[in-house]
Design a protein around this ligand. Structure first.
Ligand SMILES: NC(=O)c1ccc[n+]([C@@H]2O[C@H](COP(=O)([O-])OP(=O)(O)OC[C@H]3O[C@@H](n4cnc5c(N)ncnc54)[C@H](O)[C@@H]3O)[C@@H](O)[C@H]2O)c1
Length: 232
């Protein structure tokens, strides 16, 4: 369905302008620093050295200093980093000052679990809609959201000003849903579906695959076992 006005997207000036050029591994670590900074601030720490912050984030302090220097945050010798200032800098860099309105498509086991995850809201993500195609689920209340009929996907995405979509549907229907989501202007998609998906330029699609993560974990366990046969 054509629409006159696209969903709210991050304005260019507050979007992750700097983050666009950061390496993927740095971006992942920035989220870890942010979590660590939140914990330190909750514990009343106004400042933290790179060593303290690195330990709280579970990374090497030299890597942390290098990552933060990419954001223009160098800390002060003997004082370290101001936790609030640094948290704000990382938040801006990751584009988290923007309001992210997330719609989850697929209200099965995974979709329902994701919709109830409180950790999203704390980090600036609001789940605004949950969709399904099953008559058994449509209209049901799930974590305070009424499951919407996917037949009305475009209308509801527009109405809720969704700017991020999560796919928790079977593989065979995923591409068709991606196409519909993209057509109404959503440019950020996270997919759990176990298939390769195509998106046009300008749309970011990330795929989560726990099986891949387990395989990588198995590889590391095997490497460790080779290095130290006593541990296997
Ligand atoms: N990537 C991962 O790590 C990971 C982990 C678990 C599950 N998955 C995948 O995530 C997906 C969901 O898993 P699940 O356990 O929740 O499955 P599920 O069967 O419980 O839920 C899938 C839901 O999608 C709905 N659905 C089907 N077609 C639809 C359509 N066209 N529009 C809207 N909804 C539709 C179904 O009615 C069902 O409620 C599956 O593809 C599964 O393989 C991925």
């Amino acid at each position: 369905m054509p629409r006159s006005k696209g969903p709210a997207q991050p304005p260019a000036e507050t979007g992750p302008a700097a983050a666009r050029h950061l390496p993927e591994a740095t971006l992942v670590r920035l989220t870890q620093y942010l979590r660590a900074l939140t914990e330190l601030r909750e514990a009343g720490r106004a400042r933290a050295s790179s060593e303290v912050l690195a330990e709280a984030a579970g990374v090497n302090s030299a890597i942390l200093r290098k990552d933060l220097s990419l954001l223009g945050s160098y800390g002060t010798r003997g004082v370290g980093y101001e936790t609030e200032v640094l948290a704000q800098r990382i938040t801006e860099c990751l584009g988290l000052t923007h309001e992210w309105r997330v719609s989850i498509i697929g209200a099965g086991n995974l979709g329902r679990a994701l919709s109830g995850y409180g950790g999203f809201r704390n980090r600036g993500f609001s789940v605004v809609a949950l969709f399904d195609a099953s008559p058994d689920l449509i209209g049901r209340d799930v974590n305070g959201l009424r499951v919407a009929n996917v037949a009305f996907l475009e209308d509801v995405l527009t109405f809720t000003r969704t700017n991020m979509a999560v796919l928790a549907v079977p593989g065979p229907v995923a591409q068709g849903l991606v196409d519909r989501v993209v057509r109404v202007g959503v440019r950020s998609i996270l997919s759990f579906a176990p298939v390769v998906l195509q998106v046009p330029e300008g749309v970011t699609l990330r795929k989560v695959d726990l099986a891949t993560e387990l395989q990588i974990l198995a590889y590391h366990a095997q490497q460790a076992a080779h290095a130290d046969p006593e541990r296997s």
